[in-house]
Write a protein that binds this ligand. Structure first.
Ligand code: ADP
Length: 519
């Protein structure tokens, strides 16, 4: 039967071979077994239920969380001469009636529906009047409360299924399932451990990079100039940030579109189409953008802010390089973003258990930004601790050939300067004082009289800022909340100041010249 499946792959989709994972999943479904398929984003999950749907008698129901995704998939199927339709809130009453009539008369091989549809008894009636060989749960992690995108309406389908007068097979598909999530999906949908197919999480054509302490706008500007012919996505953590960056980059003459939940449906649809059809080169968006978007030539995904966890990050970053060509995933890390994510956690739930779990996930995300391990390996082990460690040789950790150098003296100077300035100022001003800057504000504040003034004059201001950021990320210092965060020392800095411990950092060796002793 798998040969027949392969013929259909060729006939309808024009592909000669299954990708790894696809054949096993399809074969298992064809053997009448409930199946869980975990394939990376871009791995080709849709074909795993579309081909069985073609081989089975009757109509396959596909449950999908996003309206835009349904329409795109149905359009693609229709273009390939496969009878398919969707039902969601975008249909008029008349369209809905016509559609249900056609479904009752067995016109379609595939029907995409939003999870809420299962709450309707009328819809269940329609399903009971036709033959349903298979129900596919796309983005199946939405069913799990351990997942990063839990949707209660997804969960309640499980009880609605009991109202069906037949027992269709189930296939659940997702890109991002940790052990907990996979277990929960299997339990809820009665899928056996042996019916789970996972095709390694590694995305060999992606190179992961974490950039710390950069001026984000400057970084993006020079990155976009260097990659002027490429298409990419920039994710930010808020609508406001998306708007701000969109305005900034438009003014600089870049071909940009924007997408967030504050825009009208029309605006979102237009932006998405402009990006997908290469009329706009760069999409600036919140996490509202992207689920199910099939644009193969996305060459880079830049995260302007820290995502809330690695599931979200890998899913978003994974939108790069679906065509298998080399692509970059870059995360611009700044400590301030942690505060925002913490705030969002506080806002999102009152359940202490879920909150703790969210904090835990956030911490793992932060550790990803600090790790000196291979970043691809770190992500893969996060999803599956049994995976062996590897080196991708192209992430920012693997490529960081700098040696760890001792920076205890510099750290002492920075701590001391911060303290002498009264722990009342931000990173830049501390760096400027250490650099010995001649700025009026510094003289007015009398900081040119401090014993730490100019102690690091042999370094560039940026180098000093980088070291301060490193000390912040390593918790020797911390930032206060708010628009103008102030640098404070933490307990961890005390033994360093006393000369009891040393501080090390990967960096190019630049001797600290002209350094006077710190009093
Ligand atoms: P996802 O797993 O993210 O849902 P899709 O199902 O959207 O991925 O597939 C991603 C892309 O890969 C699509 O453009 C699809 O047509 C293509 N694709 C799927 N299966 C194959 C295959 N066997 N050979 C070549 N391309 C494929």
């Amino acid at each position: 039967m798998i040969n027949e499946a392969k013929n259909l792959l060729n006939q309808y989709f024009g592909y000669t071979d299954f990708r790894s994972g696809q054949a096993e999943i399809i074969d298992n479904i064809l053997h009448q077994r409930n199946t869980l398929g975990i394939l990376p984003t871009g791995g080709g999950k849709s074909i795993c239920f579309q081909i069985p749907a073609l081989l089975f008698q009757g109509t396959t129901i596909v449950i999908s969380p996003l309206i835009s995704l349904m329409k795109d998939q149905v359009d693609a199927l229709t273009a390939a001469d496969i009878p398919a339709t969707y039902i969601n809130s975008s249909l008029t009453q008349k369209e809905l009636q016509d559609c249900l009539y056609d479904i009752r008369h067995g016109v379609y091989k595939l029907v995409y529906v939003a999870p809420e549809r299962f709450d309707s008894d009328y819809f269940i009636d329609v399903l009971n009047s036709i033959q349903i060989p298979l129900i596919a749960f796309d983005e199946a992690h939405c069913i799990s409360q351990w997942g990063h995108d839990f949707r209660p309406s997804y969960r309640s389908i499980v009880s609605s299924l009991k109202k069906l007068n037949q027992q269709p097979m189930i296939v659940a598909l997702t890109a991002t399932a940790t052990q907990n999530v996979a277990d929960e999906i299997r339990n809820l949908l009665h899928i056996g451990q042996q019916d789970t197919f996972k095709n390694g999480f590694a995305r060999e054509n992606l190179s992961f990079n974490v950039i710390k302490g950069a001026n984000k706008r400057d970084y993006i500007l020079s990155y976009l100039k260097e990659h002027s012919k490429e298409s990419g996505i920039i994710y930010t953590s808020s609508r406001k940030e998306t708007d701000g960056l969109y305005n900034y980059l438009s003014l600089q003459g870049f071909s940009v579109a924007k997408y967030h939940a504050g825009l009208s449906e029309f605006e979102r649809k237009q932006a998405q189409e402009q990006f997908v059809y290469d009329e706009k080169q760069i999409m600036i968006a919140t996490n509202a953008f992207g689920m199910g978007i099939d644009k193969s030539n996305v060459r880079f995904v830049l995260h302007y802010n820290l995502p809330k966890n690695l599931e979200a990050y890998y899913q978003e970053a994974g939108r790069a390089g679906r065509d298998g060509d080399e692509s970059e995933c870059i995360l611009l890390f700044s400590k301030q973003d942690i505060q925002l994510q913490k705030f969002l956690i506080e806002q999102s739930t009152f359940d202490p258990e879920i909150r703790e779990q969210d904090y835990n996930k956030l911490n793992q995300m932060i550790m990803y930004c600090h790790t000196e391990e291979c970043l691809q390996s770190y992500i893969i082990q996060y999803f599956d601790p049994n995976e062996t460690e590897m080196k991708c040789k192209k992430c920012s950790s693997c490529k960081d050939t700098r040696e760890k150098v001792e920076i205890t003296r510099e750290a002492q100077m920075i701590f001391s300067c911060c303290k002498r300035m009264g722990e009342r100022f931000g990173t830049t001003l501390i760096a400027q004082v250490l650099k010995g800057s001649n700025q009026k504000r510094i003289r007015e504040l009398g900081f040119d009289q401090l014993s730490t003034y100019g102690l690091l004059r042999s370094q560039s201001e940026k180098e000093i800022v980088d070291t301060i950021n490193y000390l912040l990320t390593e918790d020797y210092m911390q930032l206060t909340d708010g628009k103008y965060p102030v640098v404070l020392l933490t307990e961890k800095s005390i033994p360093v100041l006393k000369g009891e411990t040393t501080v090390w950092m990967k960096k190019s060796k630049t001797p600290v010249k002209e350094a006077r002793a710190v009093e």
